[in-house]
Design a protein around this ligand. Sequence first.
Ligand SMILES: Nc1ncnc2c1ncn2[C@@H]1O[C@H](COP(=O)(O)OP(=O)(O)O)[C@@H](O)[C@H]1O
Ligand SMILES: CC(C)(COP(=O)(O)O)[C@@H](O)C(=O)NCCC(=O)O
Length: 473
Amino acid sequence: MNNKHTEEAEIEKEMEDVVQKKNIVRPQLNLRGAEIQGNYEDKDPTILLPNQSDDISHLALDIGGSLIKLVYFSRHDQDRSKKSPKDAVGSSSFNRRNMLSASSSGGGRLHFVNFETQKIMSVLEFISSKQLHLGSSEISSGNSATIKATGGGAFKFADLFKEKLGVSIDKEDEMDALVAGANFLLKAISHEAFTHVGGQKEFVQIDHDDLYPYLLVNIGSGVSIIKVDGDGTFERVSGTNVGGGTFWGLGKLLTKCQSFDELLEMSQRGDIKAVDMFVGDIYGGMDYSKIGLSATNIASSFGKAISENKELDDYRPEDLTLSLLRMISYNIGQIAYLNAFRFGIKRIFFGGFFIRGHAYTMNTISNAFNYWSKGEAQAMFLRHEGFLGALGAFLSSEKHGLDDLMPHQLVERFPMGAPYVGGRIHGPPIRDLNEKASTITNHIFEHDTSYRNAKACLHIDNLIPTNAWMIYP
Ligand SMILES: Nc1ncnc2c1ncn2[C@@H]1O[C@H](COP(=O)(O)OP(=O)(O)O)[C@@H](O)[C@H]1O
Ligand SMILES: CC(C)(COP(=O)(O)O)[C@@H](O)C(=O)NCCC(=O)O
C-alpha cells in the first residue's frame, strides 16, 4: 500500500472507532415525570422515575463522618420480585443479570437509605443482599464493577469494599456531589424545597431563571457553606466545626443517649429555661431594649449552669438536649446569615442529616435567619436534605450538567408557596417538551465535534451522541 492509501485507511479506521464509540448505547437517565412518592410527612421519600427505561447505574454512596447514605435505583418489577436479604446474600451475579435483562417494562424509583458509619459492615451486607454492586453497565461491558461514592469514607473504606464485595470505589468529590445533588433536586423535583416558619411548612416554587446564586449550608458532622453560582460552578466560602457531630457527640456525653433519634425525641420534652441564661436573668427581669433584646431572649446558652450549685445529674437530660439542639441550630443559622449577607445572597438552602425534618431545628434556624436578616430572607429546607451528596454521586455516572440541557423541561410547576396540605403530590403535565427536547438535542448534536467529524467523513446521519441526557417526549 502506498503512503496515501495507508493514511486514508488510518483516517477511516479512526473514524470507525469514533462511530463505534458513539454507538455504544450508554444508559440514559430519563427524568421526565420525576416526582416524590408518598405524602408530605414521609422522611426520605422515594422518587418515582416513571419513564426510566434504560438500566441506569444502580447505586451511589455518601460515606460521611456520622452516616452512610445510599441512593439506589430499582425497577418496579424488581420491587415486586423482592427476595429476602438472607436468600440473596452470596447469590451469584448471574441472578442479578437475569433480573436486569428481564426488566423490560419502564419505570422505577430512587430509594434513600442511611446507616451509621460505624456500622459499615451492615452497609456491605445490605448492598450484597440486594446485589446493588452488580451494576448493569459493568455487567454488559464485562468490566469489573465499580460503585460511585463520595465523602471521606470513599477514601477510608475503599479497600474494605474491594475486599468484601470485590468492587472498586469510583470517588466523587464531596463538594461537587453536594452541589450536583442540590441542583438536581431544585430543578427536577417539585415539592422538594420548603420554608418552615412558626411550625408551618410551605413549599417553595423554584424559579429556574432566578436560582443562582444561592447558598447551600450542609449540616453534616461539620458544616460546609457553599456559594453556588451555576451547575458545577461553586465555591465553599465558609464552614464551622460546630455541627451535627457536635450535637450527637455532646448529647451522648451529657445524657448517655445512644442514638440521635433518641436525643431528638428526648429534646421534645425539654425546657431551655432550666439551662440557658436569659437577658432577664441578667437584667433583673427587664428587657435590654436599647439594643433590641427582650428579657426573654437567650443571653447565654447553658449559662444558668454557672451560678447554680448543681452537678450534671441534677439537670434533666431532656432540658440539656433541647438547649444543645437550640444552641447549635441557632449558631448555624446565624453563621449562614452572615455568609449570605457577605455575598448579598437571598436564597439559602439548608441540607445535611442534622436537620432530619425536625420542626424545632428548622424553626430555630429559620428564626435566627429571620432575626438577623431583619426579615429580608428566609431559610429554605430540602426534603432529601441528607442525600444531596449521595444523589450527586449517583448522577455523576452520567456526568452531564443539568444547566446546559433542560432546566425548564424537567420540572413540574406549582403555584408559588403551594400550601402544605398533605396527601399525594401530583403536578400539571410538562408542556412543549417535544419541541424543546428536539431543539436541545439538535444543539448537542451539532456542537459535538467528534460527531460532526465522523458524520462529515463517513456520511453517516444517524449518530447518537452518548454524552447527552436524553429528554424523552
Ligand atoms: N439516625 C441518625 N444517626 C446518627 N446521626 C444522625 C441521625 N439522623 C441525623 N443525624 C445527624 O446527622 C449528622 C450527620 O449528617 P450527615 O449529613 O449524614 O453528615 P456526614 O456526611 O458527616 O455523616 C449526625 O452528626 C447527626 O447530628
Ligand atoms: C470536613 C467536612 C467537609 C466533612 O463533611 P461531613 O462528613 O461533615 O458531611 C465537614 O465536616 C466540614 O466542612 N467541617 C467544617 C470544617 C471547617 O470549616 O471548620
